[in-house]
Design a protein around this ligand. Structure first.
Ligand SMILES: [Zn+2]
Ligand SMILES: [Zn+2]
Length: 396
């Protein structure tokens, strides 16, 4: 079955590219991917698999491929949303939707998985187990499409889940893995400080919200420098400090918004606790009232070590000419809602190099000039196929 699967994928390389180009030309942002979902659902029409649409909190699709022999159940996930970016490439299949672009490679994720799924459907008589193909919407926008997919209950009995991401850090042919914590978690917070307004000449009759807010901005940086273990990683950024007023009027209230990133759940808990402590201190010290909204969005992505070791071994053991190099990937400070699956199911998320040929330094994901080497799509399909075969111990 494995040999046949690889040959089928190879013969359908152009089709994968065509699907990717169609998706690229017609991108839709998170939670609005109606046409994309319809296109994917249409692809599975008439195929011998069970398909569920509108899964979760958006346009999720799950295709269940029941093998001819009993065995474990695994999930293969690809996201299909685009980002609100105005495309600046000169590709003939450039985005037709102004202000929306497949600048994160999710078009490629979806294209390879559709064709791989179809091949698996055709070979399912030889498959010892069940594969759930998870076409997931809304990866880019919290609360994230994966949450809804999980809450549907349709993924309750998965023994393992796999996903990939295209990154242009390496050329096509390079596949990267990382064991344990691999991508950052992120939190959004908002702090409203309510003081007492007054005349600039009489601060003793007021409670200056700007002074309290400024203290907060500098104090929270001491969490990173003084509270966090120097071997752990965390970032706190205040991106918005709204204190617009008049030069001689003491401002009665200010609003701050910020972003926190961390590589482990423990760091997330520490930073959250310390921010609350500083906010409590500001209330006492400055006599103001604080309202803190602290929303942990995506958790850090944790790759199951045993499963990742299996992925690594299986990719290294292949002599497929398209999978040229298997490397350990560095930690990555971006976030991924695949992390929600990984909290519940043993998971392995790995990386597929897609750097365009002849380019010194590629534009990274979310850049309006982001491009991929489409050879990477077959690498993705074959790598995941290889991992699936070795998980089910299909050797030839
Ligand atoms: Zn992205
Ligand atoms: Zn992405």
């Amino acid at each position: 079955m494995k040999k046949q699967l690889m040959e089928m994928l190879e013969s359908r390389k152009d089709e994968i590219i065509q699907i990717r180009r169609h998706l690229h030309e017609n991108p839709e942002v998170s939670f609005k991917e109606e046409k994309t979902a319809q296109y994917i659902a249409d692809f599975y029409q008439g195929k011998d698999a069970e398909i569920e649409t509108n899964v979760g909190n958006g346009y999720g699709i799950i295709v269940t491929i029941k093998g001819g022999k009993p065995g474990k159940t695994i999930g293969l996930r690809a996201d299909f949303d685009a980002v609100p970016v105005d495309e600046e490439t000169n590709l003939p299949f450039k985005s037709k939707n102004k202000g929306v672009m497949h600048a994160c490679g999710h078009d490629g994720h979806t294209a390879y998985l559709m064709v791989l799924a179809d091949c698996l459907i055709q070979l399912k008589a030889s498959l010892p187990g069940t594969i759930k193909i998870i076409h997931q919407p809304a990866e880019e926008t919290p609360p994230g499409g994966s949450k809804g997919m999980l809450e549907s209950g349709l993924l309750d009995n998965l023994d393992a889940i796999f996903g990939i991401h295209l990154f242009p850090t390496d050329p096509a042919g390079v596949v990267g893995w990382r064991s344990g914590y691999a991508m950052a978690g992120r939190t959004y917070f908002k702090l409203i400080i309510q003081g007492v307004g007054g005349h600039g000449s009489s601060p003793h009759l007021a409670n200056d919200a700007i002074v309290a807010g400024s203290y907060f901005v500098t104090a929270i940086q001491s969490i990173i420098s003084r509270r966090l273990n120097p071997f752990d990683v965390g970032v706190i950024t205040i991106g918005s400090f709204d204190g617009k007023g008049s030069f001689n009027v003491i401002k009665d209230s200010v609003e701050l918004e910020g972003d926190v990133r961390y590589m482990t759940t423990e760091t997330q808990q520490l930073i959250e606790k310390e921010i609350h402590r500083i906010v409590d201190g500001i209330e006492t010290e400055f006599g103001v009232k604080c309202q803190l909204t602290y929303t942990a969005d995506y958790p850090p992505l944790y790759n199951n070590p045993e499963l990742t070791a299996q992925v690594k071994a299986s990719l290294e053991s292949t002599n497929d000419p398209d999978i040229k190099q298997v490397i350990e990937f560095p930690m990555f400070s971006g976030s991924e809602d695949f992390s929600y699956y990984a909290q519940k199911i043993p998971a392995a998320f790995f990386y597929i190099g897609c750097k365009p040929k002849g380019v010194e330094k590629a534009y990274f994901n979310h850049n309006p000039k982001f491009e991929i080497d489409e050879d990477a799509l077959l690498v993705a399909a074959k790598s995941v196929a290889q991992v699936v075969c070795s998980y089910f111990q299909i050797n030839d």
